[in-house]
Design a protein. Structure first.
Length: 387
């Protein structure tokens, strides 16, 4: 994995390459175009202009300017504006001087006048400065784009980390609340029921000596039954809703426990692929608690809707792996619904939750022909292994 130092070095090389390529291309076009234009102008006036030597002299200016820009480190991000300006001016002046020296060396000019010398030096420097400035503009544009991409990637990473933290925190809170409901609260209710049983027995034995009527005993028994109903039904059901049974063991055991609570009048089937059993192996689990919880919630919501709204008699659950995602497919033979029926609020919340983690939830239903819920949940361990 590339380190920050390696990435910085690669960015510096990319900046220098962009600067030199842009400046060199622009100046080369100027060099060839200027030589061709001079030849055409003098040719129309009956003169002879050595086009090849002019182009060669101009290209030496291009090469010298690129060397100076590379050596002076104009592209380095730590260079201040003043250093960049001085570097560009120096490169332009030097390139112009080298160009004119080669023009004299190649006999482009023989004993030129002061006016010609000034014009050649000035035009060469101006062209070099224009090319270097445009090269710098291209480099800075690339640098800004790279910074924006890095900032977006960092922002995306922060969002993913925050989402992961929220998921882990939700699982932790759900588990603690479920354990509290199933443990301490249920134990207290058991003690209350036991004390009520003892009190009912004592009152029943005391009879008229304590002025207790049969209605009083019956009322106490009714209170006792209500408390037992709260303990057995409400507390345990809420505990399961917060944190499904067997989820610590695995996703498949949790789904199986969920199906086991469905009335026997409903025929349930569960199919799990071998690949899913591998990633859900309790000895070496590759599914996180958040992924297990979300998959079980999909099955729970689909079954709840099938029984509550569709009066289904058959529910079929299939769990498999599709690429790096877990596919949970729940089908029923209920009444179904049309497009106008809308999506239940619980299903809509699940769909939003799946989208946050890069997944998807689709519900298809035909009136009189049942409903099918298909959820795709990316598996982090498989995705990371693929990368």
């Amino acid at each position: 994995m590339p380190t920050a130092l390696t990435r910085d070095a690669a960015a510096v090389r990319a900046d220098r390459r962009t600067l030199l390529l842009a400046a060199g291309t622009i100046m080369t076009v100027f060099a060839i175009g200027a030589a061709a234009q001079t030849a055409w102008v003098y040719g129309n006036q009956g003169g002879m202009v050595p086009v090849g030597t002019r182009i060669l002299a101009n290209l030496t200016a291009v090469a010298s300017m690129l060397v100076i820009l590379a050596v002076t480190g104009v592209s380095l991000p730590q260079r201040g504006p003043l250093a960049v300006v001085v570097g560009v001016l120096s490169a332009g002046v030097t390139a112009s001087g080298v160009r004119f020296a080669f023009q004299l060396l190649l006999d482009v000019y023989v004993d030129p006048s002061q006016q010609v010398i000034s014009a050649e030096l000035a035009s060469g420097a101006v062209v070099a400065w224009i090319a270097a400035t445009m090269g710098l503009a291209a480099m800075l544009s690339q640098r800004r784009l790279r910074t924006e991409v890095a900032e977006r990637a960092q922002a995306r990473l922060q969002i993913e980390l925050a989402l992961a933290a929220l998921q882990h925190e939700e699982v932790r809170v759900r588990r603690e609340v479920a354990e509290g409901l199933h443990g301490s609260m249920q134990q207290r209710l058991v003690l209350v029921v036991a004390r009520l049983d003892a009190l009912v027995a004592e009152l029943g034995e005391a009879g008229d000596r304590r002025a207790v009527t049969a209605e009083d005993v019956a009322l106490l028994r009714e209170v006792r039954e209500q408390i037992e109903t709260v303990r057995e039904a409400d507390v345990r059901t809420t505990s399961r809703m917060l944190y499904p049974e067997q989820l610590e063991v695995g996703m498949v055991p949790a789904i199986r426990a969920l199906l086991g609570r469905i009335p026997r009048s409903v025929n349930t089937r569960l199919g799990v692929s071998d690949e899913v059993r591998v990633v859900d192996d309790p000895a070496d689990p590759r599914l996180t608690r958040s992924e297990r919880l979300l998959a079980v919630r999909v099955v729970e919501e689909a079954i709840s809707n099938a029984l509550r709204h569709g009066q289904a008699e058959v529910v079929d659950v299939r769990v498999s792996l599709v690429g790096d995602a877990l596919e949970v497919r729940v089908s029923d033979d209920g009444h179904g619904f049309g497009d106008d029926a809308g999506t239940p609020s619980g299903t809509a919340r699940l769909a939003d939750r799946l989208r946050l983690v890069g997944g998807d939830l689709r519900v298809t239903s035909v009136p009189g022909d049942g409903t099918q819920v298909v959820a795709l949940l990316p598996v982090e361990s498989i995705r990371d292994a693929a990368l």
